[in-house]
Design a binder for this molecule. Structure first.
Ligand SMILES: CC(C)(COP(=O)(O)OP(=O)(O)OC[C@H]1O[C@@H](n2cnc3c(N)ncnc32)[C@H](O)[C@@H]1OP(=O)(O)O)[C@@H](O)C(=O)NCCC(=O)NCCS
Length: 315
């Protein structure tokens, strides 16, 4: 008997978790915890004798200039691989996209997954673009950094005062929001207000100047039981390149280590950000090449006039 393909529409986050979590890769549940996902979802399922043998979870997002279908998870049961199931699932996803006037599809994958070896081929056979390296993920443990030369907590320069993020006043938060609205102060990707339910209060710190204004922050999120993520690290242009930059990081890590908040820390940046790559290498130390994971994106334009400004899309 050949494979059957079913499309499920209008699913909520909870419904996807209940019915399909066991068949998702990467885990849909984990993804839904650490970033905002746009409901409702589509799921494309391949089955044989009523058994699920392949799944894709699809999310649709729209902004002013284009709409996008993200393949959040793609998985085929081991015994059924190399029979064209994933390819067929992606062809069906493409049809759904066209029927819903979605401009393009994308999928992300990492260089530490087995499938990294064949995802580019699989996608290219379906007419997708050659995937590109978009994001770098860095993973570190306390033991890996605590003896590195930069890891010393020094006095903050006198122009700064450090305050736990959660102890800022309502006026401070309003000050940041207004400055963002009026001056486009920081890139929204590093907004300190994202994922409030995951905020790690011990590690999240704000920097204030002598006029008691917020001039920077380091926001940490708890993304797994023993893993924290440095999500947002920002210092106002006028206050950069002082010892406070590294100090804020050391301070945050030490506060969390003392309270046994977790074992690992991760952070991400765009692969094209050379300054950040330089900074990341300095943090990680020369001998720790395994700390870096590359995150690649494949995409296929399927509907409407092609626009090239899609690379800013976060995953
Ligand atoms: C990635 C995955 C979904 C592919 O599923 P699949 O149904 O086996 O893929 P297909 O049969 O449609 O493969 C299409 C083409 O991809 C390439 N390919 C797929 N698996 C491959 C493998 N193990 N080795 C080499 N090439 C492979 C081949 O070119 C293949 O065409 P061919 O069989 O005619 O040579 C499956 O390997 C999987 O579930 N992996 C674990 C989860 C995962 O990593 N998902 C990716 C998330 S982005």
């Amino acid at each position: 008997m050949s494979y059957q393909y079913n499309v499920y529409r209008n699913l909520s986050t909870q419904e996807v978790i209940q019915q399909f979590e066991l068949y998702t890769f990467p885990s849909f549940r984990q993804k839904s915890k650490v970033r905002f996902l746009q409901e409702p979802f589509f799921v494309v399922e391949a089955s044989k004798n009523n058994e699920k043998v392949g799944i894709a979870v699809l999310e649709i997002t729209r902004n002013r200039s284009y709409s996008l279908m993200k393949v959040l998870s793609l998985w085929v049961k081991e015994e059924h691989r190399r029979r064209g199931i994933a390819s067929q699932i992606l062809r069906i996803a493409e049809k759904i996209a066209v029927n819903n006037q979605i401009n393009y599809l994308n999928i992300i994958f990492q260089d530490n997954w087995d499938s990294f070896k064949w995802m580019p081929n699989l996608l290219q056979k379906l007419g997708w673009n050659k995937p590109d390296k978009r994001t770098i993920l860095v993973k570190l443990s306390y033991q890996q950094v605590c003896n590195l030369p930069w890891f010393k907590l020094q006095e903050y320069p006198e122009i700064f005062r450090v305050v736990p993020w959660v102890e800022l006043s309502q006026d401070d938060y309003e000050y940041i929001k207004n400055k963002q609205k009026n001056e486009n102060w920081y890139n929204e990707e590093i907004s300190p207000f994202q994922l409030p339910h995951l905020l790690e209060p011990l590690g999240s710190l704000a920097l204030k100047n002598t006029e008691n204004q917020v001039v920077g922050w380091l926001i940490v999120h708890k993304v797994a039981p023993r893993t924290v993520q440095f999500t947002s690290y920002f210092i106002d242009k006028a206050y950069r390149e002082t010892p406070a930059t590294f100090n804020l990081l050391v301070d945050s890590i030490q506060r969390m280590y003392k309270a046994d908040v977790g074992d690992d820390a991760i952070f991400m940046y765009r692969a094209s950000n050379e300054k950040m790559h330089f900074f990341a290498k300095a943090i990680v130390g020369e001998h720790n090449k395994g700390a870096f994971t590359e995150i690649w994106t494949g995409q296929k334009w399927v509907y409407g006039e092609f626009k090239s400004d899609t690379s800013d899309e976060p995953h």
